[in-house]
Every structure is written in structure tokens, then in C-alpha cells.
Design a protein around this ligand. Sequence first.
Ligand code: NAD
Ligand code: IPM
Ligand code: MN
Length: 389
Amino acid sequence: MTQYRIAVIAGDGIGPEVIREGKKVLEAVSERYNFELMWIEYPHGGEHYLRTGELMTEETLKELERCDAIYFGSIGDPRVKPGILEQGILLALRFYFDQYVNLRPVKLLEGVQSPLADKHAHDIDFLVVRENTEDFYVGMGGRVGGKAQAQQQKQQKQQKQEQELIRKLYQIKFRLDIETDADELAYQIGIITREGCERVMRFAFELARKTGRNRVASVDKANVLTEGYGLWREVFNEVAEHYPDIQTEFNFVDAMCMWMVKNPEWYQVVVAPNMFGDIITDLGAMIQGGLGLAPGANINPEPGGVSMFEPIHGSAPKYRGRDVANPVAAIWAGAMLLEDIGEKQASDSVLKAIEAVMREGKVKTRDLGGDARTSEVGDAIVNAIKLNA
Ligand code: NAD
Ligand code: IPM
Ligand code: MN
């Protein structure tokens, strides 16, 4: 029997509850399709950090390299300053494993009500390919002046140079004469590389072909952030030339938000830089019925690449431990994991079961207007898998 090693980082808040249901469903389907999942659990998250001071370590990353996939819940803890866990755990994983594709399907399932009037299942069904390793996520930036400077005495020399640079840039741009001591400013730099664009865009075009879609829409803000997204646009045009069978278009991100609400049926495959991809996929989640329904895959498509599957929602701390969170996003992410490790039939079976439960509409969590518990949704999906046989 084929065995797979699946690393599990359930994380914080509702993460452990939704991952518990995901594992339950994946276990059930593995029995049907005759393979074995070996779960290797990791404690990383807010609690572990507060107890041990540890985020993602080199040693853990090396261990994870030997897994077939990573199944991730969510991280984020109100007791920890924003960014520490997000960067130190989630982004560390995406970057270390070079998971440069963040694939996020936006699909309204039958039986789920979209908040958009008169939009039904066949109207909302597209794939967002979010670049996952560049842009404003690279962590380059700093603060100059104010409290931050006092706290960072050690870095003063570097900050002086940065300050000079910023002063010059501001002077050039706005003709301002900034008084060094009086100012406090922060800056964040986004990096876009040709290689980074090319590989994720190729993935998007190939995905369009593979899934029988014939349009790829690119998202940017090349009218303002002209350097980075100027390059993004240039490379998109070049890559598109290799796919004459696929129609293309550019969308400014602000207009994209408007079109996603007005005409979601227009979209087939969307390719977006990291930050805009993050933002438009929460919007995408909402038009497909809510964050509790939206899955994501962080993919390294190269041979031997380790990929990671997670719901796109966060730790929703207010629902932690209450057994009310919707586990469908996590279960659907589990289905994406199965497809990635080569168990396509099992993956399809999970998707069919999710759809059957939603269509029937009897077992739904609160976010979908029902009163079912997290665990009851998991059970219903397991039953549907057994019935599907
Ligand atoms: P969130 O996604 O955790 O929750 C926003 C709201 O969406 C919730 O309050 C809830 O109303 C709803 N929601 C989300 N998931 C749900 C589910 N499964 N079932 C029912 N309702 C659900 O976003 P946030 O409140 O902005 O962030 C909370 C924490 O999570 C922060 O620390 C943030 O950094 C982190 N975060 C982590 C990830 C991740 O681990 N991938 C993603 C997003 C946010
Ligand atoms: C997501 C989250 C993350 C992101 C955060 C928690 C780092 O919002 O997965 O969508 O911005 O990518
Ligand atoms: Mn997000």
C-alpha cells in the first residue's frame, strides 16, 4: 500500500479544529482508495512561540523536506505582535520551499448562497494564481526616526544611510526639505523579478490549458507602481506570446475588485502579484460564500518540490475552541493536497462529497446560516464519501 508522509501544522485559533476535520475526511477517503497517510504533527504557532520562543527552525525545515506535503491550519495569535508568527512561520515555509504559486480556486458551490444577487454556481468558477515569493512580502523595509530609532541604536549607522537615501528620494519627488531629526517614516520595498514573473505566469497559462479555460487576466497597478508592475506587465506580454490559443487582458487591481463583484463569470484564470493576490482572494472567498469555504495551495511545481495546503482564512481567534468554524475550506485544501500527491480519484471523491453536503444543505455551520458544529460538517462529508462509493 502506498504511504505518504504528511506534515501537519494545525497552528492557532480555529486551525486545530478545521484541520482535525480535514484529517478525518482524508483518513476516510484513504481507506476507500487504499493508501495510507502518516501524519507528522508539528506544534508551531502562537502558543508554542510564547512557551519556547521558537518560530520555524532550520531543523524543522529540514525534516519537512522529507515529507510528501504539508497540511497547514492557520496562524495568528492576539497575544503576539502582528507579523511575528505570520512571517516567522507561514512566510518562512512559503519562502524556504520556494512555493512560488499560490493557487486559490474561487468557486461557488451549489447549495451555497453568494452575497451577490442573482449569481449562481455556474457564474463563479475561476482560478486565482497568486505569485507567492516576491512583491511587498520580501520583508525589505525599515523605520527611520521616532521611537523606532531609539529602540534600534545598534543599527544607527545603517539607518543614517537609509535616512539620507529617503531624504534624497523625498526631495527629488516632492521637493521637500525634510529635517532629519524631526521626521519619522517607514518604508517597505516590493521586489519583482523577471524570473519570478515568468515562472508563475507560465504556470497560470499552463493551468488554463490543462483545465480547458481560454482566458488569463493579469492584475497589477502599473499605472502607479510603474517600476515593479511595469516589469510584471512586460513579462506577462512576453509569456502570453507563447500561448496564442489563450486570450489575455490586464486589470488594474482597483477595477478588478469592481469587476469581481459585477461580472465574476467573466474570469477564468487570474494571475496576480503577491499582495494584490492576497487581497482579491479574500474578496473571492466572500463571493463564493465566505472565508470558511475558500481553499489554497502553496505549490512548488518543480520536481521534488514540497507544497503546502491550507484554508486561506486565518485563525479567527473569536471562534477558537467553540466548534463553530466552517471546516470546508480546510477539507477542500485537503482535497488539493491529495491531487498533488497523485491521489486524483480520492481528491475528486472529497470534492464530490463536499458538494453533496452543501447541495443537500442540512449540515451547515453558522457562517452559512446553519447551526451545525465543525465536527458535524466533517462527519457529514465522511458519510457522503462512504455513500458515493
Ligand atoms: P481571519 O481569516 O482569521 O478571520 C476573519 C473573519 O472571517 C473571522 O472573524 C470570521 O468571521 C470569518 N472566518 C474566517 N474563517 C472562518 C471559518 N473557517 N469559519 C467561519 N468563519 C470564518 O482573518 P483576521 O481576523 O484578519 O486574522 C486573524 C489572524 O489570522 C491574524 O493574526 C492574521 O494575521 C492571521 N491570518 C493567518 C492566515 C494563515 O494562517 N494563512 C491567513 C489570514 C490571516
Ligand atoms: C493569507 C494570509 C497571509 C498572506 C498572511 C497571514 C501572511 O493573509 O494566506 O492569505 O498575506 O499571505
Ligand atoms: Mn490573506
